[in-house]
Design a binder for this molecule. Structure first.
Ligand code: UFG
Length: 338
């Protein structure tokens, strides 16, 4: 396997994965419509790796334009990241979320069939477990109704891919369920670059740290957790990217349809993360306790033994590493990637 089509390859996780692929000798072909990413990310990938990957500015819901990419390239595998991903926004834009996320997945599998591409990695999410009955979550735990349309698109696409696999068992499909990706490339050149006020915890904390935002709101301190704040499985984005490369290696062994949790296996509370950030970066993060955020679960973390057993992959960076890298990126890019 050599040529890897990476949809959403200029996004937060996509761009990091492109770098991991280049480091391991793969040839990524990036497709991104720049809806939630900047072209400058391509320059930064080039600065880091000294390679400028082939890039198509295409929306993968556009089947005709996407087909041209399949015609022009001999693709060995697809990593499908492209999709809308804002939980809150999906609640008031359900039509856009279902249309965009489902259409793009369908275009990809339809073109894979037409062009005989057998290998696919899909960006799924821990959100498919809904409200966990128990933690740590294992891959065989029930996939239940998600708490928002964004999550529901992940549940639905997983189901679609299982049916696609049933119809053609010569395919190799990996469903990767990500937990909470944080951190940034250690160079400070790539990282999470949200539009407007960040929804996710670490980008918010980083913007408080540089004085762009005043004060963090901690959503709830009355959960049944050690300090009352929510528990998540925060994983460094570079670890997550390397998980994709490990999965590609697995797909080379023709495993059929496989599912892996990608996390650290460790739960960290919101306040523990805030304090780790303060310690790693020698800054103070002012915060207030605010009411719980609707749709949040108390505790969510992964059992990642299966990924270790079958992929030989496990997270190697610490929360402190991720906090340091996120702050470095934020300081180098106070107004995002330009
Ligand atoms: N939080 C705060 N204040 C903030 C932002 C977040 O206290 O300003 C808390 C949340 O309440 C939660 C924790 O920090 O307890 C993590 O929140 P994030 O928004 O960073 O992440 P989520 O766990 O809500 O969601 C993430 C991804 C989703 C994915 C989900 C899967 O953003 O895409 O994990 O579990 F679906």
């Amino acid at each position: 396997m050599k040529n890897i089509l990476v949809t959403g390859g200029l996004g937060f996780i996509g761009s990091e994965t492109v770098i991991a692929l280049l480091e391991k000798g793969y040839q990524p072909i990036i497709v991104d419509d720049l809806y939630n990413a900047k072209l400058a990310v391509l320059d930064r990938i080039e600065t880091i790796t000294h390679v400028r990957p082939k890039f198509y500015e295409v929306d993968v819901t556009d089947q005709a334009k996407t087909e041209k990419i399949f015609q022009e390239n001999q693709i060995d595998a697809v990593i499908h990241f492209a999709g809308y991903k804002a939980v809150g926004e999906s609640v008031y834009k359900p039509i856009e979320y279902y249309r965009n996320n489902l259409d793009s997945a369908l275009v990809i599998v339809d073109l894979m069939r037409k062009y005989g591409v057998k290998n696919l990695i899909f960006s799924s999410s821990a959100t498919v477990y809904g409200v966990p009955e128990r933690v740590p979550l294992v891959e065989t735990d029930p996939v239940s109704e998600a708490t928002n349309p964004y999550g529901e698109t992940k549940v639905m696409i997983e189901r679609i891919l299982k049916d696609v696999y049933k119809a053609d068992p010569t395919l190799n499909i990996a469903l990767l369920r990500y937990f909470n990706p944080i951190g940034a490339h250690p160079s400070g050149l790539l990282g999470e670059d949200p539009n407007g006020i960040p929804n996710n915890l670490l980008p918010y904390v980083s913007q408080v740290a540089i004085g762009k935002l005043k004060c963090l709101k901690v959503f709830g301190n009355d959960y049944p957790t050690p300090d009352g704040t929510g528990v998540r499985d925060f994983i460094h984005v570079v670890d997550l990217a390397e998980g994709h490369v490990a999965t590609l290696k697995k797909l080379e062994q023709n495993p059929g349809l496989v599912i892996y949790n990608l996390g650290t296996g460790k739960g960290t509370t919101v306040l523990e993360l805030v304090h780790a950030f303060e310690e790693a970066n020698h800054v103070k993060i002012p915060y207030v306790i605010a009411p719980r955020r609707e749709g949040d679960v108390a505790v969510n973390y992964a059992n990642c033994d299966k990924a270790y057993r079958e992929l030989g992959w496990k997270a190697r960076f610490t929360i402190a590493d991720a906090c340091r890298d996120a702050y470095h990126f934020q300081k180098m890019n106070p107004n995002g990637i330009q």
